[in-house]
Design a protein around this ligand. Sequence first.
Ligand code: COA
Length: 261
Amino acid sequence: MSEQDVLYEVTDGIATITINRPKKYNALNIAVVKRLRELFEQAEKDESVRVVVLTGTGEKAFAAGADITEFQGKDSKSVRALAENGQALCTYIESMSKPVIAAVNGFALGGGCEVAMACDIRYASANARFGQPEINLGIIPGFGGTVRLPRLVGLGIAKELVYTGDQIKAEEALRIGLVNRVFDSVEALRAGVDELAKKLSKKPGVAIRLAKQSLNNAWALPIRESLDFEVNVFCEVFDTEDMVEGVDAFLNKREPHFKHK
Ligand code: COA
């Protein structure tokens, strides 16, 4: 992999991770998946980073899936690491303590759609296309697509998308709840994502982390366990300096300045 296949930049507490193989529609080869994992870990450990943005270079693709050239010659044994690493990347993104925004600037197919689904919030440009086209290669999604897609859009729509392999437009993705917002152009998308990232970077970090955990639990755990967890972390945030600051700022009619403690 070229060092440049994934770019990393931190500005004002916002880490931007950019998949940078535009000639290959930002396809996720094994090396890129490994590098993405390293960079997400770097962003997680860097205390100056409050929000992470994942995007692709250019105006064509966010990521057009796993790199199909790496499938040839693989069998059930030799392909396992590829799926496990892809799934692990998605699980890592989902369980990070910081919000992760996917800025979907074009094709988000296969592994590209799966990585986007692991992010907390998806914003897309109007030219974005979503889909799980694996069926057309005689395979199935392997980075968590058959698990996250039905949770996001419902089982019936997920089955239709996975069985047909059809692509859907950004507006349709918005209608079914796969994305949060659609922007007219990639330029407008980047501005909209920047605005959201800046807004989130100013929110209290501990409360964001615990809210994310609690919301993730609602996906994965029985309701009673999720509710118990929420009560516990609701109590926990009352021990933070940010809670004292937030309540004081409200009562004194001023802007809060959170320290993420
Ligand atoms: N893996 C490897 N290479 C890919 C790729 C992928 N998932 N997706 C696109 N590319 C490459 C193409 O091979 C082509 O490379 P080349 O110029 O060296 O031939 C380049 O990216 C551009 O793709 P191309 O197919 O020529 O562009 P297009 O505009 O006609 O179509 C797509 C774009 C995304 C619809 C089409 O490339 C596609 O269907 N890609 C595969 C999507 C997929 O099945 N993903 C799931 C994989 S599990």
